[in-house]
Design a protein around this ligand. Structure first.
Ligand code: MN
Length: 167
């Protein structure tokens, strides 16, 4: 996807957000994830997974919750630069995404399969090792890649294996 959409939406002389660039892909062992609580016109939680030198991003409409019975709508948004994982602060009024951003969770994520392939297929399964979010999760695209629903995904908690049973 690249960062063209990210950069085109923002005025970097007016917002404190990083301009960023595509970073080299890194070892799958230490892929970062963050969730940023974003009090924009509508409060939401931006889930970002490091993949292919950028942060693949979903805007989750409500707080992610460790409950397998709950599906959270997650709207795919533009890729963000890796530097965005450290961003907290205020996006000024009248700028894209105006409002306060808090780092709500961060850590590493472990894809179950090759992440770019899973992303194209519309089904990602992964483990999160964050402060708030832990264990196995899934992001599943609601429509196929050619439909108008292609940006709509669902975030759900999966059952954890025996290794994670002690909680
Ligand atoms: Mn946002």
């Amino acid at each position: 996807m690249g960062l063209q959409r990210y950069q085109a939406k923002r005025h970097f002389d007016r917002t404190p957000e990083p301009r960023g660039g595509i970073a080299p892909s890194r070892s799958a062992a230490r892929l970062r994830f963050v969730v940023q609580k974003h009090a924009a016109s509508t409060l939401h939680y931006d889930l970002r997974l490091e993949m292919d030198g950028a942060l693949k991003s979903w805007s989750v409409t409500k707080e992610p919750i460790d409950d397998r019975a709950v599906k959270r709508l997650a709207v795919r948004t533009e890729d963000h630069p890796l530097e965005y994982a450290d961003f907290e602060g205020d996006i000024p009024e009248r700028e894209y995404g105006a409002g306060h951003v808090d780092l709500w969770d961060h850590g590493v994520w472990i894809p179950q399969e090759a992440p770019l392939t899973s992303l194209r297929r519309g089904k990602l399964e992964f483990e999160l090792k964050g402060r708030r979010l832990r264990g196995r999760w899934a992001l599943v695209r609601m429509g196929n890649a050619s439909t108008r629903k292609k940006h709509l995904w669902l975030l759900t908690k999966l059952a954890d294996g025996d290794g994670d049973a002690r909680r």
